[in-house]
Design a protein around this ligand. Structure first.
Ligand SMILES: Cc1ncc(COP(=O)(O)O)c(C=O)c1O
Length: 433
């Protein structure tokens, strides 16, 4: 009897496994170096600082940023979003006691955008307002014209926050168009790249992203406790600090230094995590698939796996062409039924319009129960619930669903195994319900 696999399909939460080079780099730091970057002139501290700097440079290159010192390391995406949102809002409200601010968000946003903003609104009654723009139910996309109208509705609009790719439907948003709207209207543009960086090309200049919040522990394949905020040079003049402390620089100053990245990085950085993250980024840079290298190869791999999943489940007709081309796409609908009765997909059919997040429901089956069966009977590790995105689920008419999310170490065979498991689960639910 072949042993049951353990196939990890929760890469949208955090990626697993990590490349061996990530682990090796962290062990090397812990055993050979151990110094705190920027906190000593001895070799260990200098070498740790060099490796952390290399991580900054690699991420800056990956996002086509203007200056590695404007990549700020954070604990995760949520921490980066907090810095961006609180930093912009406090920068305005603290500049003048009469100032007010208006922020435009969307109903696709994760709680890590919704909650910091709601907390600020509660703490500053009457001074801060938000407009939430809905997504088109037919495509799952936000219309840049709706953003333009929401921005223009108030003269105190300071920020637009957009989820680059939904962690529920997988839909890729028209970020460059929204960036152009923001630039034309003179407001800051914050892009939540939690589900896009490491999966899609992300170019902050082409997208017009003034602020880009990203995880280190998801698509970049670094360890947990890593993430960052890319800040367009100049924007730091408008972004208040939300934490202050020692930086190992200008220590005679009794206020936070203005120099980057120290301004937003008080305290010792997560050296071991960042040195590991640097190797995760390098793994992506060298990833090869279908004659492609780097992010283009990762994207082609993910599209090929998604194509396989959708076609094996009967949502789209053709199997994935060799080499992971896009195949024949069908119109992007936000909710689709395939050939398996009772199984509904919450997301578009065209793999080119989505990232590798496959969220679905099985009629008559509680998603948490379904996740438990997928694990115990098929070795498929899926994620049940509302994925910290209550408004996105509400817009889909869902009170909870199951999510499979893809990663670079999954294969076509793994995806076929998962598709077979879903087919069996849906069939057995019909028999017993
Ligand atoms: C769209 C989106 N934004 C933000 C987050 C928060 O990410 P982190 O866990 O890195 O804080 C997630 C996590 O799943 C997400 O999917």
């Amino acid at each position: 009897m072949t042993p049951m696999p353990r196939l990890y399909f929760d890469n949208a939460a955090t990626s697993s496994p990590k490349p061996q080079a990530v682990i090796d780099a962290m062990v090397d730091y812990a055993t050979r170096l151990g110094g705190s970057p920027g906190r000593g002139s001895y070799f260990e501290a200098r070498e740790a600082a060099r490796l952390v700097r290399r991580c900054r440079e690699r991420i800056n290159d990956l996002v086509n940023g203007e200056d590695p010192d404007h990549i700020i390391f954070t604990l995760n995406t949520s921490d980066a979003l907090n810095l961006a949102i609180r930093g912009v809002v406090l920068g305005v409200l603290e500049s003048d006691p009469r100032a007010t601010a208006h922020i435009v968000t969307t109903e696709l946003d994760h709680n890590s955008v919704l909650r910091p903003l709601n907390a600020l609104i509660e703490r500053h009654p009457g001074r801060l307002a938000q407009t939430r723009v809905p997504a088109d139910p037919a495509t799952g996309r936000v219309d840049p014209d709706d953003i333009r109208r929401a921005v223009g509705a108030r003269s105190d609009t300071v920020l637009v926050a957009l989820n680059h790719a939904s962690n529920v439907t997988g839909v890729i948003q028209p970020a460059a168009e929204v960036g152009a709207v923001c630039r034309a209207q003179g407001v800051l543009f914050l892009l939540d790249a939690a589900q896009s960086l490491g999966h899609l090309p992300v170019d902050v200049r082409a997208l017009g992203a003034d602020l880009l919040a990203f995880p280190g522990h998801k698509g970049l394949l670094g360890p947990s406790g890593t993430g960052g905020l890319s800040i367009r040079p100049g924007v730091e003049l408008r972004l208040a600090t939300v934490r202050e402390g020692g930086t190992g620089s200008q220590s005679d100053l009794d206020v936070q230094p203005e120099t980057m990245p120290d301004k937003y990085e008080p305290g010792s950085v997560n050296a071991m995590g960042l040195i590991g993250l640097s190797e995760g980024v390098q793994f992506l840079n060298e990833f090869r698939f279908a004659g492609l290298v780097g992010i283009a190869a990762l994207r082609a791999h993910e599209v090929a796996l998604m194509h396989e999943l959708l076609s094996t489940l009967g949502f789209i007709p053709t199997p994935s062409p060799p080499g992971g081309g896009l195949g024949r796409g069908t119109p992007a609908l936000a909710r689709e039924s395939g050939s398996i009765p009772g199984l509904t997909l919450h997301g578009p059919l065209d793999p080119s319009r989505r990232v590798g997040v496959f969220t679905f429901s099985i009629d008559g089956l509680d998603p948490h129960e379904a996740a438990a069966i997928l694990e115990s009977e098929f070795g498929v590790l899926a994620r049940a619930g509302i994925h910290c995105a209550p408004l996105a689920h509400r817009a889909l008419g869902s009170t909870g669903a199951l999510r499979l999310s893809l990663g670079p170490f999954l294969t076509v065979d793994d995806v076929r195994h998962a598709a077979g498991a879903l087919r069996e689960l849906a069939a057995s639910t019909r028999v017993y319900s």
